[in-house]
Structures are given as C-alpha cells and as structure tokens.
Design a protein around this ligand. Sequence first.
Ligand SMILES: [Zn+2]
Length: 516
Amino acid sequence: MTLFRMVLLLAIGVLSDSVMAQGQNQENVLTAKHAVEIYRQDREAEILEDFVDLLSIRNVATHLPDMERNAEHIIGLLEPRGFETQRLSAGGAPYIYAELNTPGASETILIYAHFDGQPVQEENWAYPPFSPTLLDGPVQAGAQTIDIKSVNGSFHPEWRLYARSAGDDKMPIVALVHTLDALAANGIELSVNLKLLLDGEEEQGSPTIAKIIEENASLFDADLLLFCDGPMHQSRQAQIVFGVRGVTTIDLTTFGATRPLHSGHYGNWAPNPVMQLTHLLASMRDETGRILVEQYYDDVAPLGELEREAIANMPDVTEMLKDELAVHTPEGGGKRLEELIALPALNARGIQAGGVGEKGRNIVLTSATTSLDLRLVPNQTPERVVALIEEHLRTEGFHVVYEDPDDDTLRSHEKVAKLDWHDTGYPALRTALDHPMSLRLTALMRLIAPDLIVTPTMGGSLPLHEFGSRLAAPIIILPLANHDNNQHAENENIRLKNIWDAMQVYGAVLASFGEK
Ligand SMILES: [Zn+2]
C-alpha cells in the first residue's frame, strides 16, 4: 500500500461521519458497476445508435439553429428519464439545465459536459464528420467500416466511432442516460440528486457562462461538480483531476530607430530591438524554465503533501516522451512533468522581427515583438503577474508604453517597451485532495478502478474559475474520452471501451456516492 493510500484511508476513517462507511458501500459500488455492465452488454447496438443520432446533428456553436436542434434532441433524451429541464440562454448558444431529484437524498451532484464542437474541415476527414462511422480500429491503421446494424452480439471494445464531438464532448450525455436506464432496470436507486449543466458554446470559450450562472445561481447549488470533459491519461487508466492552470497572454515590443538602418554604417550605434528583446527574455526566465521576475513565485500556492504523493504515484511518462519526441534533456532541472505543470510557466510562443534566409537583410530593425503565454497556478491572478512583468521591464531600464510610441517618447527614453495585454485570461483552479468530497470520490473510484490515477492538476487551462468563483461546490474533473480521440482535429473518435467504462463510473457514483 502506498503512503498516499494509507493517508487516504486514514483520512476516511477520521472523517467517517461525512465519508461513506466502507463495507456497505463497497458492495453497492460493485453491484451497480456489475449491473450496468450486464445491462450494457445486451444493448450495445442500441446505445451506439442513440449516440449516432446525437452525433449526426451538426454542432458548431456559432450556428445557432444547429445548437437549438441539438438542445431539443438532448432534452428529448432527458425528459423521458424523469429529468425536469430548462433551456438557458444569455444571448449566446443554448445551455441545458436538467434536474433529477431522488426522494430521500440529501446531496446533489452537478455534472458538466458540452454538446458543441470545433469547426470542421470536411475535406480532411476520412469519413464525413456528421455521418458517424464505426471502424474496427484507428483510422490511420487502415481500419474497416462496420455497419452497426449488422453486428450480432457484442462490439469489440477497441472499435472506434468516428464523428465530430464523439470524444469532445457528447459522449457523457449518452453514457449517462443509458446508465440511468441500467440502474432503473435493476431497481437500483440513485443515492444523490442529479443536476446537469450542458454547455452549447464551450468551444467558443463559453462566452455567456458567467451570466448563465449568475442569472440562475440557485439552480447550481450542489455538493460536488463533476466536470466531464477532456482526454484521459495516456496509460488508459482511470483518472480524476483536481485542477487546471489559468492563463493570460501579452505581447512585448522593443524599439530601435524610426527607420531601418544599414548594419555596416550604423551597427554598434543604432539601438538594436532584436538584441534588446532577447536580453529581456533571458532576464525573465532561465534555461530550466524558472521565472526570474522579482516576486513572481510569492503568490504561488505550493503543492501539499498529498499532492506530492499523488504525483509520485502517477505513471512516469518521462522516458516514453523523451523517446517519442526526440528530446535529450527536458527543461525543469530534473523535475517530473507533473510537478512542472503545477508551477507557473512563461512561454515565448513567437518572435517577430525582420527576415531570415532569402528575406534576411543587413539592417538594424525598427522593432521586435514577442508574444508570451503565461500559465498560472493557484493563487496567482492575471492582473498581478502582468503588473510584476511590467515592474520587471522598468527594472531592466525600459520605459513602458501601451500604444506605439511617438518620436518624442523614443527620443526621451533610453529604452522603450510596449506592453500589449489583449487577452485578460483567467486564474487557475485547484480542489484540495483532502476535501471530504475529494476523499469520498477518490475512495469510490478506487473500488472500481484500483489503479486510479489521481492528478492534482492538468497542465492545460480551462475557465473553471468561472464556476469556482461563483459556486460553493468543489470541482473535480472526470475525463472519460481516450487520449487519442483527435479532439478539435479531423477524424475525432471515441474508443468504445471508453463509453462502456464511463457508464460503469456513472453507475457506481450515482448509486453510491450519496450514502452515509
Ligand atoms: Zn471539450
């Protein structure tokens, strides 16, 4: 037994009033999991046909009539199962709120998923994105199509269904409704009230979600928010994730003379914006990725004991990644990837100045620009990190402006930098691993997936802060799609085993989470 599991079990013991009683619960968890599995095995074709129907409806969020058709179809799946539904809108694409109350249940789980998808370039797809196609493996391996209706008996779990949003993120909706059918057919009652928030504009950055939540705040009262989006771990082991990073982006421009100057006649005299910019970047970050800006780490919440232990227990993908990506020495000074993504990061995502190759000219340029993305961790804010960078520019001798400087400004300052903060971004979010809801979900998930991967934070960013700052419920991310689902790209797909596993997870959680 790992130290982490010992700590967990100890904590469960200490918190036994609020955390499930293990013996009784274990039996119920496994009963529900098994019941869902048996039920599903008899109805795989039916479940897939339902999924095909939903995936056949185009769902690019900017096309509102399509999103209305999706919403109507989904409501048609929910209402016959006893949900009370509402279509919510705050000026953008529709959101669906749904509620299923369980007599006697005192706790509520709110599940988030989204039913819009990224735009498609149909010519790049092997099969049309809105004509869902079942293949007997990955398309790049030359897999063959399979007619769902022609399959007698069970579907091979490694087969894949290809369509836009198969992996990101319509699957939770179909898995959930069939899980509810499975539980009902077996006389297994839900242990919690269930609420759903289905987002119709996630791929557009959920522009109206803050308004949706604020205008309907009472709807979203819950004890736990399960965020069902995003790919699972590369190992295909079950995973729960407790945080995401925040992000903000800035552009920095340095300036030379007001016209390009001959590098022979003026080199060593004319201020050189490319060299200024590269010196500036080198002053902001060392070769291991450590950010050198004064006070940058002051706000950073360090990882706790449980989080460190969880990371130590994750499969180490370092050697696999080094080999796959032809990397000799990763940045990070020897720290693991999972530790490094729990730290702030400063990435120069581009530099623009002059030309190279055939476009190279022997001149000293007038300006050079870099674009930075700043990944944030708790408790950093975009406002604070941008202020610290601005202060750093001053320390490095730059006069900071926010618009292109006029000649007078350039004449009267030794060095000028323009700071362009065009995308405000948002902070990170992390739920404590020892929050009572975290402990309970972790313990429950371990019963159905003993090799569960507990991930303190993802490296990527999601605007979960929109929820976190407005809702009292702790947020835990439950990724369900295969990591190789090609989300956002052509040939998006879901591996069938991921649908079946998702149903078992939902079954166990809904049947057992709310027990005392
Ligand atoms: Zn998604």
